[in-house]
Design a protein. Structure first.
Length: 282
C-alpha cells in the first residue's frame, strides 16, 4: 500500500478518547500503516449536524472510514448511503466505512456489549435483566441483550419518554413480552427478582459521581454489567465487587466495539485480548 489507511473519530469533546491509541497500537502490532485522527466538533464550536460536512470532507480526502460518537450517532444517519441491518434497527451509527464512494453505516456498540458479556461473564443468567438507562448506550445494550437471548429486559430511566420510546422500539423488534418499562418505585422489587443488572447511564463518570441505585440492592447472586469505562472502576463496580457480585466493567464493551470497527476498516482480525490489555494500560 502506498499511503497509510486513514480513519477518524468524530464527536464533541473527544480529546480524552482512548480510541486513537487503541486502534493505532493494534495496527502497529499487526504491521499495518494506519492513522486514526480525532475530528472534534467542539474545537470549532460546531453542532452535531456538522457531521455531514465532516463525512463529505473525509470521504473526499481518501479516509477509509470514521468512528462516530456522542453527540453525532443519530445526526449522521441522513448523510449515509446505506445502513447495516443492526444500525437501521437501532437508529444509531458508531462506524462509517467508505466503500467505492458510498458511505455505509454500522453499529458495533451492541455487539461489543454482547460479546463482552459472553466472554466476561460466561454463563450469566439472562431470564430477567434490569437495565438502567435508555439513551444511546442503553439502546445498543438492550438490543444486544435481547439478541443474545435475554428473556425480559426491564428498563428504567429518569426520563420516562426516553424509556418508553426505547421499550416501544424493542417490542416492535423482539416481541411485546420481552421489554418492559420500570417505574422508580418498583426498582427494588425488579432488581430483587432479576438475574442481572446492566447500568447504561453516565453515573459514575467524573462529572456524574455516585451510585445509580442503592448499594443494598446489590445481592451476591446478582451479576452486574457496567457500560461506563472512564473510569473502569466506577462506584457501582466497586460496590458490586465488595458485595460479592460477578462484575463486568465497561472496558470489554469498549474493546470489542473497537475491535469490530477495526475489522471493518482494515479487513484484519485484531487480537481483542491484546487490545483489552493495552486499554487497561492506557
Ligand atoms: P445518554 O445521555 O444518551 O443517555 C443516558 C440516559 O441515562 C438518559 O436517558 C438519562 O435520562 C438516563 N439517566 C441518567 N441518570 C440516571 C439515573 N440515575 N437513573 C436512571 N436513568 C438515568 O448517554 P449514553 O450515550 O447512553 O452514555 C451513557 C454512558 O455509556 C456514558 O458513560 C458513556 O461513556 C458510556 N458508553 C460506553 C460505551 C462502551 O463501549 N463501554 C459505549 C457507549 C457509551
Amino acid at each position: 500500500a502506498r499511503g497509510a489507511l486513514l480513519v477518524g473519530l468524530v464527536g464533541a469533546g473527544i480529546g480524552p478518547s482512548l480510541s486513537p491509541a487503541l486502534h493505532e497500537g493494534e495496527a502497529r502490532r499487526l504491521g499495518l500503516r494506519y492513522r486514526y485522527r480525532r475530528i472534534d466538533l467542539a474545537d470549532w464550536a460546531l453542532p452535531p449536524e456538522a457531521v455531514g460536512d465532516v463525512l463529505a470532507i473525509t470521504r473526499e480526502a481518501g479516509y477509509r472510514g470514521l468512528n462516530i460518537t456522542h453527540p453525532c450517532k443519530q445526526a449522521v444517519l441522513p448523510h449515509l448511503d446505506e445502513l447495516s441491518a443492526d444500525a437501521a434497527a437501532l437508529g444509531a451509527v458508531n462506524t462509517v466505512v467508505f466503500e467505492s464512494g458510498r458511505a455505509i453505516g454500522h453499529n458495533t456498540d451492541w455487539y461489543g456489549f454482547t460479546r463482552g458479556l459472553a466472554v466476561g461473564l460466561p454463563g450469566a443468567g439472562l431470564d430477567s435483566v434490569v437495565q438502567l438507562g435508555a439513551g444511546g448506550a442503553g439502546a445498543a445494550v438492550a438490543h444486544g441483550l435481547l439478541t443474545a437471548g435475554a428473556g425480559t429486559v426491564r428498563i428504567f430511566d429518569l426520563d420516562a419518554d426516553r424509556r418508553d420510546a426505547l421499550v416501544e422500539s424493542l417490542r416492535s423488534r423482539f416481541g411485546a413480552p420481552r421489554a418492559t418499562a420500570g417505574h422508580a418505585d418498583g426498582l427494588a422489587a425488579a432488581v430483587g427478582a432479576a438475574d442481572g443488572l446492566v447500568h447504561a447511564t453516565p453515573t459514575g463518570m467524573a462529572e456524574h459521581p455516585g451510585l445509580p441505585l442503592p448499594a443494598d440492592l446489590l445481592r451476591r447472586d446478582l451479576w452486574v454489567a457496567e457500560v461506563v469505562y472512564r473510569p473502569l472502576d466506577t462506584a457501582l463496580v466497586t460496590a458490586a465487587r465488595a458485595r460479592g457480585c460477578r462484575v463486568l466493567d465497561g472496558g470489554r464493551m469498549f474493546a470489542y466495539q473497537a475491535a469490530a470497527g477495526f475489522k471493518l476498516f482494515t479487513g484484519e482480525d485484531p487480537d481483542v485480548d491484546r487490545m483489552l490489555s493495552h486499554f487497561d494500560h492506557l
